[in-house]
Design a protein around this ligand. Structure first.
Ligand SMILES: [Zn+2]
Length: 397
């Protein structure tokens, strides 16, 4: 199989796949087709994309109990009513369906949160992780949706979920009862992660309240405990509303600590700003400022047809498309960077992004779009190859 004159990391190249491996990468025009070789002309080659933030336990539940108002409050209430009704098979079935959608869009690594308030959901997603081995790399975050200090039993369920083998420890400090308890929950999450050798991935300051200041505590803990590179802070929407001098301090701290901020623009643009009249704020973290400080930013889809967000396709290009709009990242270089994030920075929760080079596995995406902006504009599915075989295409078909 030969890709001729494809864009790869800003260069036009020819790339030959031999069996399951990338046989050669050379400047465009250097490789000639062999007799009978399957040739694709033009387009773009990238590593697979990675999803840093989704809730697979809740996917496809949005139609079961409709969120009439479309608000975060009603979403939380609906999830609380559905949670006791979940069964192992139900969670597995819905999560499997959506993983298939991700795969079709070229996403071969997925980090899912799981509400530790449902042991059923925790066990189902850990079982799915094993089932997907060799196909999609799944990481599971032990996420206490309703906090760990608000009521008896929640801390224990959260600790039990981590002990069952979750990859990362979650928390929701802005949802705890007091500011101090929020900070305490952050420290407890790091303690638990240290005990289990796990990573940390917090829902952090997902509010429009400029007084919600947990991210600085996450950064300080990361620095003090040497956790740099193993911590994700999701949402961080309060940063949008911080006074500028304080935001500047926190952004610098995020970069220094090596904490990755994951923006979830699809959910946050509709769930935040709900207590505003007009003008109505955008619930999105400060991506341009984080980039300028040298901090790492990821882009998550967060919800796929769940109680909080009734839409969603598991196409990360949709999340990227929303981000360039609401964060006003429509400069040429900015749009290209947003596209690149899906295939590079989004892999950081799993380690490094896969590289496309001779001798590496032929696991890659081919977009028919001629450049990143065209890929964002059309949001068309790429062709997905795993070890040289096109995903979703039957051999001999
Ligand atoms: Zn989330």
């Amino acid at each position: 199989m030969l890709f001729r004159d494809a864009l790869l990391d800003g260069q036009r190249v020819d790339l030959r796949v031999v069996g399951a491996t990338i046989g050669a990468v050379a400047p465009a025009g250097a490789l000639q087709p062999l007799p009978g070789e399957d040739v694709s002309l033009g387009g773009m080659l990238t590593p697979p994309s990675a999803e840093p933030h989704v809730h697979l336990d809740a996917v496809l539940l949005g139609e079961r109990v409709p969120n009439v108002s479309g608000t975060l409050r009603e979403g939380i209430a609906n999830w609380a009513s559905l949670r006791p009704t979940l069964t192992h098979e139900d969670v597995l079935e819905r999560a499997r369906t959506v993983v298939g959608w991700y795969e079709k869009h070229g996403t071969l690594r997925i980090r899912t949160h799981v509400d530790t308030g449902s042991r059923v959901a925790v066990e189902a997603l850990l079982a799915l992780r094993a089932e997907l081995t060799g196909r999609v790399e799944l990481q599971v975050v032990a996420f206490p949706q309703e906090g760990i200090l608000r009521a008896p039993g929640r801390r224990q369920a959260w600790e039990d979920a981590v002990a069952l083998g979750c990859d990362a420890v979650g928390a929701i400090p802005h949802f705890e009862r007091t500011t101090e308890e929020g900070w305490q929950s952050v420290k407890m999450a790091f303690d638990l992660a240290e005990r289990h050798g796990a990573r940390v991935d917090l829902h952090c300051d997902e509010t429009d309240d400029p007084g919600s200041r947990n991210l600085e505590v996450v950064c300080a803990q990361t620095l003090d405990r040497g956790f740099g590179g193993r911590v994700v802070a999701g949402h961080c929407t309060a940063m949008h509303s911080y006074p500028n001098p304080y935001a500047a301090k926190v952004v610098e701290l995020v970069a220094a600590a090596g904490v990755q901020v994951v923006a979830n623009p699809l959910d946050n643009v509709v769930l935040q700003g709900r207590y505003d009249s007009y003008p109505r704020r955008r619930g999105i973290t400060r991506v341009d400022a984080l980039w300028a400080a040298g901090a790492s930013v990821g882009i998550g889809h967060d919800s796929v047809m769940d109680p909080w967000y009734r839409l969603g396709t598991a196409n990360l290009l949709d999340a990227a498309y929303m981000l360039v709009h609401v964060a006003q990242l429509t400069g040429e270089v900015e749009m290209a960077r947003v596209f690149r994030t899906l295939h590079h920075e989004n892999h950081l929760p799993f380690g490094a992004a896969p590289t496309i080079a001779a001798g590496q596995p032929a696991t890659l995406l081919w977009y028919s779009a001629s450049d990143p902006i065209e890929a964002l504009r059309t949001r068309a599915c790429p062709r997905v190859y795993r070890d040289g075989v096109q995903v979703g295409v039957q051999v001999g078909a």
